[in-house]
Design a protein around this ligand. Sequence first.
Ligand SMILES: Cc1cc2nc3c(=O)[nH]c(=O)nc-3n(C[C@H](O)[C@H](O)[C@H](O)COP(=O)(O)O)c2cc1C
Length: 198
Amino acid sequence: MNETLSVIKNRRSIKSFKPEQIKDTELEAILEAGTYAPSASNQQSWHFTVVQNERLINQLSEAIKKVYAMMPIAFLDQMKNDKKAQFLQKIGNNEKVHLFHNAPTIVVISGDKTEMYTAENCSLAAGNMMNAANSLDVGSCWVSGLPQLIDADPDNQFIKELNLPEGYKPVCVILLGYRSGADTKASERRKNLVNYVK
Ligand SMILES: Cc1cc2nc3c(=O)[nH]c(=O)nc-3n(C[C@H](O)[C@H](O)[C@H](O)COP(=O)(O)O)c2cc1C
């Protein structure tokens, strides 16, 4: 197997990190990989906010948990699935949960709200970044919740601290840090996903 396929196949979502910060050179290479993602009409409609402030990371985690704890009341119309709402409620009410798994770096990927394929563009940038991180032995994980916090509490003071560019909205957060603990194995891949038409 070539190196690229091996990096893609052995990337895992890392949910336990060492407190040690990643190197700036690694961070820059990961961010640059994000900018090389394809984008609709070459919009490149993403913005990356790197947060390495432990206090703010913790406060954002707590603020999102409060929104989750209100589920499904806050998002009754958006929650198509009651079980998912209950799952998020449990997370929100669990004191032990840190939504960002105590990662030393989080990257907020925001997209230009006026562009049609912003979520797709940002998601592809996120994928590039996670694979690039793995190639450098840096652990990564996509974490949801920040878009919901903005929807529920647009004037949230911690969101304001992120200083996002005008007209941009977070799509996801990518955690970065050195993995602590043993390697995790990929779960079984689902079968029968492909049909061929020749
Ligand atoms: C759209 C999306 C949302 C996710 N949200 C979270 C999240 O909020 N918290 C978290 O710990 N992991 C989150 N993950 C990571 C998944 O749990 C992980 O990708 C999945 O379990 C498969 O594991 P793997 O990435 O190691 O293959 C998310 C992944 C995606 C693609």
